[in-house]
Each structure stands twice: as structure tokens, then as C-alpha cells.
Design a protein around this ligand. Structure first.
Ligand code: CU
Length: 444
């Protein structure tokens, strides 16, 4: 009887968790999305704007978030220190809409991008064209009065804002009441400059940029709130469990302090300037989805405590390069997949799977070792492979494979450490465009 109770509690716990935890993946600048990502996102906007119950334009979740934002405007904006939820509310609302898009289109790859207006700040940018969010203007009566160009804060304005050390001052003075937040609304005009601004798709593109700036602020450990305690309030309007949204869901209560790190929602931001996204300090913990998916057409780098634990699965897709650096770990019993290439002009993310290893993409045993150790890797297709060993200073000390053609399947080779001093070593595999690095410890 006691066990049954425990299992019921466990199930209840899992149900609660699954409504809270869901993977989001990589948020890109809109110019970094592939064509199929863009098409999926635009379809999702049309569907969630024109709802479920044929309530016409903006009868669905997009319109509802807009109405809620307008009706509760003073609770979620320009707050005093003890009630400030500006950043957190907008982060959670964006995640909620994105999750609904994934469900609606049954497509886990959908992400809402950010709009980096330090780089794209002209009315003639692709963003406002027919392939992007231009057509929503007339279809949804958004009445944009977009300026012809310019006037946005620059990267140095953002850098300046990021020097603020107090969370509340940063949130309210450096961002919310600063052109960093306000100019995207004013510049776009029409619905974007009013209380129901979330009805314009521009809103979350812009607010994800604002959110990215918050994420950067948070990642500077000298500025993070002590004990992750940025907020005085422990809940937010709409997320107090009392609302039922247009999709018939009632949303769980959210403590803003729980989402201060975007990783808590599975969010990572790409860096448009370097065509790079870094996945770090994260444990893949998918509960509501079958797999956490991270897609980015440029370089994906996973390192520094990015862990895929046993029993969980993760998938990386890039048109370009995937690097698994020291600190990345796909544990025994996890299911990790990396796909590279195959991004044709249509942007289809089909790609060939280079590494498919339900154990480890790359491992050695024993580790630590004395004398010799076996390095093992699994290929999911025939490909040339380079594998080399470096010391802790990054100097290459042994080349075990040099662009040697290898067949699909498991391969292993031996590294002999007898002639090297004790210490930390790295071994790196390059298979096509895939790089993986692991560390091993030589003990004497
Ligand atoms: Cu707002």
C-alpha cells in the first residue's frame, strides 16, 4: 500500500514536472534560420493566430497573450523592486507560445528567433518581407508604421547596460525603460506600440533579443543575484494556476527566480556575430519530449558540463560543424545523435548522421589508466577519420589516425602512455565535419 502511494506521488510529480519542463533548444537570430525553420515558424504563427475554434484572425493563443498583456499591463511592467517581473514574465510567455507551436505543428524543432536590431534595423530587411512577418501586418490589422531605418541602440549601448551590477536597476532602468526595450516597440509602431503588442509577431522576436541581453547579464557570475535570488515575488500573473488559456490548458505557477537562468527552460542563444552556439552547463532532462533537439545551421559547440544522462536522449543538427569539447558527456545508457551537412538551398535539415552511439560517441577505457588505454568510437557511415592525442597544454603528441577511411560501426584502438608523463590528456576525433574531444588521465 505504501508503495502504491509512492508511485502515485511519483506520477503526480512527473505530471507536474512535464507541464513545467520542456526543451526549447537554440534561439537564433532570425537571419540564421534555415528556410524550413522559417516556414515552420510562420505556419505556426498563422495557426496559433487564427485559432482552433475558427475565431478568426487573432482569435487564438497569439491574440490571447496580447489581451492578457494589455489587461495586466501594470502588473508586469514598470514595477517596483519588490514586484518586478518584467524579464521573467516575457521569458515565460515566449516559451509558452513556442511550446504551443511545437505541439500544434507536432514539430519539436520550432524556435522563435531573436531580432538583433543592432545589425538588422532597416525597414527593407528581409524580416518585413513576404517570406517573414510582413503579411501579418494587413492580415491581422497590425497597422505598423515602421520607420524607414535606424535609431536603434548599438552593441556598445548594450555593453554599457550590461555593466550594471544591481538586478533591479538593470531590469528597470538599463533595459525596460531604455531604448534597448522601448525602441523596438516604438519603431515598429501600430499594435507593437500599444498594450496588446504581443499580437504582432514582431513582439517575441524583439523580446527574445531583450531576453538574450538578460541571459548575457546572468551569465556573468559577478552580476548574478546572490543565491539566484533576483526576485522578491514568487509568482507571476497568468502563471498562478488560475487561468485557462485558448488551448484549454491551465498553466502552472512559475516562480520568477526559477527561470533566471535560461537553461532552466532549455534555452540557449546563438551568437550571430561568430556563427556559433555554445551549449554548456546543462543537463539534458527532457521529460515531456522524446528527445531534446538542438538545431543550428552554423557551428554547435558542446562543452563545460553539458551532460546527456543515462536514459535521456539528445540530438544535435548542424549544416556546418559540431564540436564536442572537454566537459561534454553522453553517459552510458544515453542516446545521443549528431547530424551534419545536407543543408541544401531549401535549407532542409536532412543531414547525414556521423555519430550514432547509444553508449558514448567517443570514450576510452580504462580511464584513468596506467600504461595503455583503449579508445572507442562508433560511426554511422563510412567516413575518413582523424584521431589525435594532445597534452594538457594543447600540444599534439600522437596521431593515431590521419584521414584514414573507416567503415560504419564500432572501432577501437590503443593508446600507449608508457613514454609520456602522468597527467591529463585529450583525444580528438574528426569524422567529416564532426569533432569530438574527450579527456583521459594517465596515472603512473
Ligand atoms: Cu511587455
Amino acid at each position: 500500500m505504501k508503495y502504491i502511494m509512492n508511485i502515485q506521488w511519483l506520477l503526480l510529480f512527473i505530471m507536474i514536472m512535464s507541464s513545467n519542463a520542456f526543451s526549447q533548444g537554440i534561439r537564433k537570430d532570425y537571419t540564421e534560420m534555415t528556410d524550413d525553420e522559417r516556414i515552420a515558424l510562420m505556419s505556426a504563427y498563422w495557426e496559433l493566430g487564427n485559432d482552433q475554434n475558427q475565431n478568426g484572425p487573432l482569435g487564438g493563443l497569439v491574440g490571447e497573450i496580447g489581451d492578457f498583456h494589455r489587461d495586466n499591463f501594470s502588473d508586469i511592467h514598470f514595477n517596483q523592486r519588490e514586484s518586478d517581473v518584467f524579464f521573467a514574465w516575457h521569458r515565460q510567455a515566449s516559451v509558452e507560445l513556442q511550446r504551443a507551436m511545437k505541439n500544434e505543428l507536432d514539430n519539436e524543432w520550432i524556435t522563435i528567433p531573436y531580432w538583433d536590431w543592432t545589425l538588422s534595423n532597416s525597414k527593407s530587411d528581409a524580416l518585413w518581407g513576404n517570406n517573414w512577418i510582413g503579411p501579418f501586418n494587413s492580415a491581422w490589422g497590425l497597422n505598423r508604421s515602421t520607420f524607414d531605418s535606424g535609431g536603434f541602440p548599438t552593441q556598445s549601448d548594450i555593453d554599457n547596460a550590461l555593466t550594471e551590477t544591481d538586478f533591479y536597476t538593470f531590469s528597470r532602468s538599463s533595459v525596460e525603460q531604455n531604448p534597448i526595450h522601448s525602441w523596438g516597440h516604438i519603431w515598429t509602431g501600430g499594435t507593437m506600440s500599444g498594450g496588446d503588442s504581443p499580437k504582432d509577431p514582431t513582439f517575441f522576436f524583439h523580446h527574445n533579443m531583450v531576453d538574450k541581453i538578460w541571459a548575457e547579464w546572468h551569465d556573468d557570475e559577478t552580476k548574478s543575484c546572490p543565491n539566484n535570488d533576483c526576485y522578491v515575488k514568487t509568482n507571476m500573473p497568468r502563471y498562478d494556476g488560475t487561468e485557462t488559456n485558448a488551448l484549454g490548458e491551465s498553466l502552472p505557477s512559475v516562480d520568477p527566480d526559477d527561470i533566471v537562468d535560461p537553461r532552466s527552460l532549455g534555452i540557449f542563444y546563438s551568437d550571430r556575430a561568430n556563427s556559433l552556439t555554445t551549449l554548456n552547463r546543462y543537463t539534458v532532462s527532457n521529460i515531456s519530449t522524446s528527445s531534446e533537439k538542438f538545431g543550428y545551421q552554423y557551428k554547435i559547440e558542446a562543452m563545460d558540463d553539458f551532460l546527456v544522462p543515462s536514459g535521456n536522449d539528445a540530438e544535435f543538427r548542424s549544416c556546418n560543424v559540431i564540436e564536442l569539447l572537454p566537459g561534454f558527456e553522453a553517459a552510458n545508457g544515453s542516446d545521443f545523435h549528431a547530424f551534419i551537412g545536407g543543408c541544401d538551398i531549401s535549407g532542409e535539415r536532412v543531414g547525414e548522421e556521423i555519430i550514432d552511439n547509444e553508449l558514448m560517441p567517443l570514450r576510452n577505457y580504462p580511464n584513468p589508466f596506467t600504461g595503455q588505454t583503449t579508445i572507442e568510437f562508433t560511426l554511422s557511415k563510412d567516413t575518413p577519420v582523424t584521431l589525435f592525442v594532445s597534452d594538457a597544454m594543447g600540444r599534439q603528441i600522437a596521431v593515431l589516425l590521419n584521414n584514414d577511411q573507416k567503415t560504419e560501426g564500432i572501432h577501437s584502438l590503443t593508446f600507449d602512455g608508457n613514454e609520456y608523463p602522468a597527467g591529463m590528456y585529450y583525444y580528438t576525433i574528426q569524422a567529416g565535419e564532426y569533432y569530438g574531444t574527450q579527456k583521459m588521465i594517465l596515472a603512473k
